[in-house]
Design a binder for this molecule. Structure first.
Ligand SMILES: C[S@@+](CC[C@H](N)C(=O)[O-])C[C@H]1O[C@@H](n2cnc3c(N)ncnc32)[C@H](O)[C@@H]1O
Length: 270
């Protein structure tokens, strides 16, 4: 039978492939530098803090099968060791997955180099999380839907994303896009509304948006010298954020650098 391809959808597919290829190549190029953030004490503390602040709003079982999408060099696997049953990290940058295997291998830890849209693990997960990933997706709706399909019924999806609601974040990201060759140009700006809508379209329920990272993201996640000064500064920024993030979400929504979006896959799908 003859196959007909809509030229417009073919063009869209080609554009999506180019977008993913450019983004993946950039992460391959900067992989070694990227790892440093989790190897230096000050930034390691801040990145661990961001992970735990992200996961604190959802139930976590020490038996949970966990998938991290866009896991980078996979340091979350080590931060979560002993707190979850199994961890699988997926990233399409082969170089980052190489460093993940070097630094973070362990029992019940697995790393896979793959685009999440092609990932077929042969099992489903209790929790899927992503830090700084969704704004890299070429087609948020279809990628999110395929990710949510990997959840068990009743399982949780949670993501931490930079937010454009804070004008400082928006300006800083636009400037970086222009001047920093190590900064991906393929990023989108995702508002709280667009994140919430995308999760609802992916059939997640009880979707909630929480602000995160007032001082820790801008001041403690960027490697600075000397370490003897940046380390106490990082601890102070994270400690302050832990207190501040207990304030009502509405008071912080426009101020923080990140937003957390979480939703649950319904127990039984109709
Ligand atoms: C900003 S980095 C964040 C990495 C890590 N989560 C962290 O916090 O350090 C985004 C990561 O997502 C990965 N990524 C982007 N799109 C992806 C996709 N479709 N499938 C798998 N990995 C993807 C990139 O290779 C990159 O490592």
């Amino acid at each position: 039978m003859e196959e007909h391809t809509n030229p417009q959808s073919q063009n869209q597919q080609d554009a999506d492939t180019d977008h993913a290829t450019r983004d993946r190549e950039l992460f391959d190029q900067i992989a070694e530098k990227y790892c440093r953030k989790d190897l230096l004490t000050a930034t390691r503390h801040a990145r661990r803090h961001r992970l735990f602040q992200t996961l604190r709003s959802i139930p976590m079982s020490p038996k949970a099968d966990v998938l991290e999408v866009g896991c980078g060099a996979g340091f979350s696997a080590k931060y979560l060791e002993g707190r979850v049953g199994s961890y699988c990290g997926v990233d399409y940058s082969e170089n980052l997955i190489h460093y993940a295997c070097v630094h973070n291998s362990g029992p019940e830890i697995e790393f896979v180099a793959a685009n999440i849209k092609d990932f077929q693990p042969g099992k489903s997960f209790d929790l899927i999380f992503a830090i700084g990933l969704l704004h890299h997706f070429d087609d948020l709706d279809s990628m999110l839907k395929s990710t949510v399909q990997l959840l068990k019924p009743g399982g949780w999806f949670i993501a931490n994303e930079p937010q454009p609601g804070n004008p400082l974040v928006s300006v800083a990201r636009r400037i970086r896009k222009r001047i920093d060759t190590h900064y991906s140009a393929e990023q989108k700006e995702l508002t709280a509304r667009s994140l919430q809508d995308a999760c609802e379209r992916a059939n997640l329920s009880s979707v909630q948006i929480l602000p995160q990272g007032l001082f820790s993201t801008p001041f403690a996640e960027v490697p600075l010298s000397p370490q003897w000064l940046s380390t106490p500064f990082s601890y102070l920024a994270c400690f302050t954020d832990k207190i501040v993030e207990r304030l009502p979400a509405i008071a912080l929504r426009k101020l923080t650098w990140n937003l957390i979006v979480a939703g649950q896959k319904p127990e039984a799908e109709c």
